[in-house]
Design a protein around this ligand. Structure first.
Ligand code: PNS
Length: 161
């Protein structure tokens, strides 16, 4: 049973991320979503909050698990018995950074491969940062997020969470 690791910040998880998760879950026996717990960045949501929201939105996908990780992605991949890294590519602007990460990871861990899924065109413009900016300015984010996630983001900006 092949395991795919889908890593990211997911601050918050968008419908674009969900699209990649759903498609990966159809291709692999097991999918582990790795939520980066990066102490250098200051995310809107804690790693635990991001794990919880991902668990909620993927509850309908039985072969998907969610974990947080610190440190190097390749160590997380190795701890989970190898596997393949999956990343989404929205546009050519993503390509340079993604190629750099994939190549670096492959030098450090030659046994780990990265595969890319092109995002659904519907979400090719979408990013967590843009969604946060819209929410902060009281715009409507319901087109971009799962309803429960949209509620959590709005609550954060209202200062209720
Ligand atoms: O959603 P993001 O922020 O684009 O995801 C980036 C992520 C988490 C995949 C990347 O920052 C990462 O793997 N960080 C862990 C640290 C690491 O392994 N760095 C070396 C990769 S070249």
């Amino acid at each position: 049973m092949k395991t795919a690791i889908y890593p990211g910040s997911f601050d918050p998880v968008t419908l674009g991320h969900y699209d990649i998760i759903e498609r990966t879950a159809k291709m692999f026996g097991r999918v582990i979503i790795g939520v980066l717990n990066n102490k250098m960045k200051s995310p809107l949501f804690s790693a635990q909050e991001r794990v919880n929201m991902l668990k909620e939105v993927t509850a309908n996908l039985p072969n998907v698990e969610v974990q947080s990780f610190d440190g190097l992605l390749i160590d997380f991949v190795r701890q989970n018995s190898g596997g393949i890294i999956v990343r989404g590519l929205r546009a050519i602007t993503d390509f340079e950074y993604e190629l750099q990460m994939a190549q670096t990871n492959r030098v450090m861990a030659p046994e780990v491969d990265t595969i890319f899924l092109t995002t659904n065109l519907k979400y090719s413009y979408l990013s967590s940062s843009i969604v946060k900016e819209i929410a902060e300015n009281k715009g409507n984010i319901s087109e971009f997020l799962h309803p429960s996630v949209a509620e959590m983001v709005q609550a954060k900006f209202r200062g209720q969470a």
